[in-house]
Design a binder for this molecule. Structure first.
Ligand code: FPP
Ligand code: MG
Length: 241
């Protein structure tokens, strides 16, 4: 039940995200708003979210309702952080990581923690803390790789558009690391790659830096931290997986 709920929330957020990002494809097909309409996408995302909320309450565990509600708040907060940021914030790796936690990792962290709560572990128990930590690091690794693939993937391999982030004005890990070697990227980040040729120039500068390599290392760090957190869970086929 909890896994299905998490998937419904995730799917609802992506249906809405594709409206916000004006992305035409998802998972190898047309995005919902393209297939039907923006109205249909807004309503079906809302509907999935409503259904998920009903299903959460049916689990009958107040603590899980609280954790999952916090995750919904964080998801929206992450999108807001991405939507309205100052130039200084867009240049900050810390802001990027907090935003990534909110928009992506929080759902995984609170869902994993909820799984522990459903198994009657206390909130502060070693198992619940380790489960949340696993979701936190796993989620960050996931989003950092998603941002790397935006540079390196093609729409064929991704099943969704590539090279989108900078076009949307977003500066992700590869750009932020690229700044160390090419400080001129700062100007482009500050103006959200808004002038003709900005995206192309930024792309070339990032590719001519350690940005992609360092981004991969950042993801590897979080993937390893997720494995470490997993290791303090009791042994089980799920943990081994
Ligand atoms: C994808 O990021 C977006 C998210 C993981 C979160 C989106 C959240 C909202 C739209 C808030 C509303 C939430 C609900 C539950 C209705 P991305 O654009 O970097 O990933 P992409 O490359 O796959 O599009
Ligand atoms: Mg998107």
């Amino acid at each position: 039940g909890l896994a299905a709920i998490t998937e419904m929330i995730h799917t609802a957020s992506l249906v809405h995200d594709d409206v916000l990002d004006a992305a035409d494809t998802r998972r190898g097909g047309s995005a919902v708003h393209k297939l039907y309409s923006t109205r249909a996408a807004v309503m079906s995302g809302d509907f999935l979210l409503a259904r998920a909320s009903v299903a959460i309450s049916r689990l009958g565990k107040t603590e899980v309702v609280q954790e999952m509600a916090k995750s919904l708040e964080a998801l929206v907060q992450g999108e807001i952080m991405q939507l309205q940021s100052t130039a200084d914030e867009r240049l900050s790796l810390e802001y990027y990581l907090t935003k990534s936690y909110c928009k992506t990792a929080s759902l995984m962290a609170f869902s994993c923690k909820s799984a522990a709560l459903l198994a009657n572990h206390d909130r502060e128990s070693e198992v619940a803390v380790a489960a949340e930590k696993f979701g936190y690091h796993f989620g960050l690794a996931f989003q950092v790789i998603d941002d790397l693939l935006d540079f390196t993937g093609t729409s064929d391999t991704l099943g969704k558009p590539g090279l989108q982030d900078m076009a949307l004005g977003l500066s992700t890990a590869p750009v932020l690391y690229g700044i160390d070697e090419h400080p001129e990227l700062k100007t482009l980040v500050a103006r959200k790659f808004g002038q003709p040729g900005d995206v192309q120039t930024a792309c070339e500068l990032v590719l001519d830096s350690q940005g992609l390599q360092r981004t991969k290392e950042l993801a590897t760090f979080h993937a390893q931290a997720a494995v470490d957190a997993c290791c303090s869970l009791p042994e089980s086929p799920a943990r081994a997986g």
